[in-house]
Design a protein around this ligand. Structure first.
Ligand code: SF4
Length: 468
């Protein structure tokens, strides 16, 4: 998937004017925000679970190499093959090699954001392998030739009517309008693919080091069928997803669905270990696990390491006023919202994603709801700092910040400058005490007036106060 984050502002403006998209985005409040609040309220020890989850994730990162090696040993001992991929291109190459070695003609997929990160579908199709998405949301997007706009609900940006139109056109069947009918229609189309596919491709929510297992949480049965029906199963996930024990994974599973969709638990929790044994009727003959780095290890030991704790619940974007208004496609890559505004610059380069760390009000709602306590606003600020020190911001902004810094380090000049600005601002405010335009702050004054300053600085008012 091409990174188009540099077009964030233009896309955000278009999306704000798109009434259909705004109607689709309005679902976030009830489906996610309220649902999470209810689920968290029902959990007596939410804060304790959150602290435990944070400690598990941080503990793993302190010894990531050791836990990954342990995972590889245990997975290999049970018949899986572990592959290491440094880049997205490596993932695609490995999957194509596996497909070619096994004469794979058709691959079915369950939802995997890492495979989106690698643009795996395009690579497989170019290599002559038919790819069928089986997660309902991903299937709809495949029909529409669109990218996901949310990491948990990839088709959040579409209304039911749009899906009805799409199915009628692509399936060449009478238009259905009920959700159950639409689901049944998709199921009828997808079922034959499950039995005829040679390869199943999934993601992995957690890798369990002590058993070499891949843990998957899903709400549709497609995940289980994708991972057990075809003769070859390929699981692709990031290296940071490893946890030491099954118990650690279940602690995280207590908090993941609650934060994501407000469910106590997802409909399916699958622990996939090794290949089909001689006395078993289900399961793949080959189980390949591809562990992707793609910039992750470079975050270790830096100010941004805590971002690797992310368990991809989507709560930060659900609660972000910017995401709620502009939707996921504005962010221009796989990961939207606050987590995407940090991950995309790190994976795709700071210079290619300049608007993203600034696409936040830093209100702190994201950090408040993050189940693994990632200080997202601090990380966004760190990226802004890097943009500035690497001279990636516009010269006007850099000059403005330098002037501000110069003043801030000289209290006398700072006091004079703020007193002058306050007087000028007060005059410009006129009788209504409102500023309709402010140089360099057009974004603020374009949609609303700014209250004019009082004409005196806080210091002056403080000095003039009457003693009690
Ligand atoms: S940053 Fe936190 S809230 Fe956002 S997706 Fe990751 S775990 Fe969830």
């Amino acid at each position: 998937m091409q990174v188009t984050a540099l077009r964030f502002k233009r896309k955000a403006k278009q999306n704000l004017r798109n009434a259909r998209l705004q109607s689709a985005l309005s679902k976030i409040q009830v489906r996610f925000v309220q649902a999470r609040a209810d689920a968290i309220a029902d959990l007596d020890d939410f804060e304790a679970v959150r602290q435990r989850a944070t400690a598990i994730r941080e503990g793993v990162l302190a010894n990531l190499d050791a836990w990954l090696e342990r995972f590889e040993q245990e997975a290999t001992r049970r018949g899986a093959v572990v592959h290491w991929a440094e880049t997205a291109a490596d993932v695609n190459r490995i999957v194509i090699e596996i497909a070619q070695a096994n004469q794979v003609k058709k691959a079915i997929k369950s939802k995997s954001m890492v495979s989106e990160e690698c643009a795996l579908n395009d690579a497989l199709e170019a290599a002559g392998v038919q790819v069928v998405e089986t997660d309902l949301g991903e299937y709809i997007l495949q029909l529409a030739h669109e990218a996901p706009s949310h990491i948990v609900a990839p088709v959040l940006h579409k209304t039911k009517d749009e899906v009805s139109d799409l199915f009628a056109k692509k399936h060449d069947l009478p238009r259905k309008t009920g959700i159950a009918e639409l689901c049944r229609e998709a199921r009828d189309i997808l079922r034959p693919h499950f039995v005829s596919a040679d390869m199943g491709i999934s993601g992995g929510n957690f890798l369990i080091a002590e058993t070499g297992s891949v843990l998957l949480v899903t709400n549709e049965g497609n995940g289980r069928m994708t991972t057990t029906l075809p003769r070859v199963h390929v699981a692709i996930t990031g290296i940071e997803k490893v946890v030491p024990t099954l118990e650690d994974a279940t602690t995280l599973v207590r908090i993941l669905p609650r934060s994501a969709t407000g469910q106590d638990i997802t409909n399916y929790v699958s622990v996939l270990t090794g290949v089909k044994r001689a006395d078993e009727s289900d399961g793949p003959e080959q189980f390949h696990i591809i562990l992707l780095d793609n910039g992750r290890s470079a975050m270790l030991g830096t100010e941004l390491q805590s971002m690797l704790r992310c368990i991809r619940c989507g709560a930060c974007m659900n609660h972000c006023p910017v995401y709620q208004s502009v939707g996921g496609h504005a962010y221009g890559w796989v990961y939207p919202g606050p987590m995407g505004s940090i991950l995309t610059p790190l994976y795709a380069g700071l210079a290619n994603t300049l608007p993203l760390p600034n696409a936040s009000t830093l209100c702190g709602a994201c950090a408040e709801v993050c189940p693994v306590s990632i200080p997202l606003p601090d990380l966004l600020r760190e990226l802004r700092h890097r943009q500035s020190t690497q001279d990636l911001r516009p010269w006007r902004e850099r000059l403005g910040l330098r002037v501000w810094m110069w003043l801030a380090l000289r209290p006398l000049w700072f006091a004079r400058a703020t007193a002058l600005a306050s007087r000028v601002g007060h005059r410009l405010g006129g009788a209504k005490h409102r500023l309709r335009w402010l140089p360099g702050a057009g974004g603020w004054t374009h949609g609303r007036d700014l209250p004019a300053p009082a004409g005196k600085t806080f210091r002056a008012l403080y000095r003039a106060r009457k003693p009690r």
